[in-house]
Design a protein around this ligand. Structure first.
Ligand code: PMP
Length: 377
């Protein structure tokens, strides 16, 4: 897009040449509270002034980390009572894969076509698109890919499978929600075989779909939950949560199983604490269903084939690659930033800040609808 960003506030990006844009993608599901939320900014400033990096993660007791971990795990079920903080989504998934291997003593994984789990070697190994994996092969051995939402996937889970990893709502794969009964059956199959279930909620987490995590909405609990993106309120932060029992295996052999110098950086942890506090206290998660409802009402035109997804994690399915490109370009000219997905070129992704003003939301959706219709002609 070539936009030179000068500053960002609330739902808007402001460029160096004085233009304003509605950020309808939130830096890809990051700025859920809008840009520069005053409480997040204050937390960052205070913590930066108190102390920044002091030691490799885990050596000292750093209050911002423990305060945030306490607030987060209070919201999670007992089987996700411990959280390990890292710097990004892909690192969270690396940690989850290693934890599952160590805990089960197995090395095979089941993943799904069209999934996206990150770009480091382990996460890339379980990412379900050949074009991204091929140039870096050989990757991790023992990975099987099945069709998302397909009952046949259950038969691939065996007593050799360390874990099944999936996004409850596939993001890069085109905003595809899992079927609830399918997730329930997968959970059952994992229990039968002693396989861990990993939910990658890096995109769907922290209120984006209307509950803190998608697993709350589905009523199916994972053994390991990975998170990032909106977690840090705009600062780099990732994490993976599991039970005390599972995490025990990270304590020995080797002594530092997943050490990271900057993981749980105090400034990021302070920002994450402020962001989670605001998200819960001010009820922003409830906005997600209003956003979905408004989008479903206003995105009705001949130019749009389907609106899918949940809450404020939505995909607008158009008719062709050309129409999609024209719609994105003409919306940009009108001051609207839309998203794309890595695995689909006929889908527009929208993930507005949960804090977006209702009038701006409606105006933006109306413009998208008009532009999609005119680009279809
Ligand atoms: N998993 C999912 C579901 C994602 O959407 C992403 C980022 N698009 C990642 C993992 C990787 O996260 P990061 O870019 O922070 O490494």
């Amino acid at each position: 897009m070539g936009l030179v960003i000068d500053h960002a506030r609330g739902s808007h990006l402001h460029t160096a040449d004085g233009r304003s844009y509605v950020d309808f993608i939130s830096g890809i599901a990051v700025s859920s509270l809008g840009h520069a939320h005053p409480e997040v900014v204050a937390a960052v400033q205070q913590q930066a002034a108190a102390h920044m990096h002091v030691m490799v993660y885990g050596e000292y007791i750093q209050k911002p980390q423990s305060r945030f971990a306490a607030l987060l795990t209070e919201q999670l079920p007992k089987k996700l009572s411990r959280v390990y903080l890292v710097n990004s989504g892909t690192e969270a998934n690396e940690g989850a894969l290693k934890l599952a291997k160590k805990y089960t003593g197995r090395h095979e994984f089941l993943s799904f076509h069209h999934s996206y789990h990150g770009d480091t070697h382990g996460s890339l190994s379980v990412t379900g698109r050949d074009v991204y994996r091929k140039p870096y092969e050989p990757l991790l051995p023992g990975i099987t890919f099945a069709e998302f939402n397909d009952d046949a996937a259950l038969s691939f889970v065996s007593k050799s499978t360390a874990a099944v990893i999936l996004e409850p709502i596939q993001g890069e794969g085109g905003i595809k929600p899992a079927r609830q009964d399918w997730l329930q059956n997968l959970r059952k199959r994992c229990d039968e075989t002693g396989t861990l279930l990993i939910f990658d909620e890096i995109q769907s987490g922290f209120g984006r779909i209307g509950s803190l995590f998608a697993f709350d909405h589905y009523g199916v609990q994972p053994d390991i939950l990975t998170m990032a993106k909106a977690m840090g309120g705009g600062m780099p932060m990732g994490g993976f949560a599991a039970s005390d029992e599972i995490f025990e295996v990270f304590k020995y052999d080797p002594p530092l199983n997943h050490v990271t110098t900057f993981g749980g950086h105090p400034v990021s942890a302070a920002a994450a604490h402020a962001a989670l506090n605001v998200l819960i206290r001010d009820g922003w998660m409830e906005r997600a269903s209003v956003i979905e409802q408004t989008a479903r009402e206003l995105l009705q035109s001949d130019g749009i084939r389907e609106v899918r997804g949940k809450g404020a994690m939505l995909g607008i399915q158009l008719h062709s690659q050309k129409q999609t490109q024209h719609t994105v370009e003409s919306c940009l000219e009108k001051g609207i930033i839309l998203g794309w997905t890595l695995h689909s070129d006929t889908l527009i992704r929208i993930a507005p800040p949960l804090t977006i003003d209702q009038t701006i939301l409606e105006e933006t959706l109306a413009t998208i609808s008009e532009e999609a219709e005119s680009a279809a002609r």
